[in-house]
Design a protein around this ligand. Sequence first.
Ligand code: CIR
Length: 256
Amino acid sequence: MFTRAIVRRPCRALINGLTGNPQLGKPDFEKALVQHEQYVDALKSCGLAVTELPAEEGFPDSCFVEDPAVLGEGWAVITNPGAPSRKGEAGLILPAIERFYSSSQIFRVTDPGTLEGGDVMRIDHTYYVGLSARTNAEGVAQFARFLEPLGCRVVAVPLEKVLHLKTGVNYLAEGHLLVSGEFEDSPLFAAFERHPVPQGEEYAANSLWVNGAVIVPSGFPKTTALIRSLGFPVKETDTSEFRKIDGGLSCLSLRF
Ligand code: CIR
């Protein structure tokens, strides 16, 4: 169960956020602000106390706070984002993390290692980490050096197509795993009950389990029905403007 979340309000420069999907157009900033507020309300409705950090105009992608940090019980890792324009977000998020973790609990990924939190998926005491364009083998090795002494297992997952691991695979609870594309048949996840996201709804593979409920991006009715059929209450929230710059539900918060 989570008790807290950290988010950062979108900045106006959001419209220049990194994207591999320019055909979707630029985000509408005002609309993104409204969607962000609704997202925060969804987190609060799951029982989380939400710390809202101010917008940072120098970092277009800084509302995606999941990437510069990974938080656990009694430890925090400040990452080293692989995207050059996002590297500074690590230092930017640190003061917020220091409000909740002591300096001896905070680890930092450093060059030549790179790692982004969107590549880290927790299932119980195992952390699956995508080897992506943003996270390299040295980043995963450093992450493992921090966490293995704490009793966690770290498993590297080579990615072929998606931006981050959690773009395509997300753990709900009770053994249920939402999968799309390259993860549907991956032997790494064979032990779980895999639920392929219906065709055309791949974006909704990034749905977010929070304290028993699942937050699902709105506009994906088949995925919503699938998740409901598994017995999870669903809360829908619109992330259309974040999607235009490759942002999903999980990347907009750190839950801990
Ligand atoms: C980026 O390309 O870094 C941002 N535009 C989107 C980051 C999405 N983060 C995530 O999936 N964890």
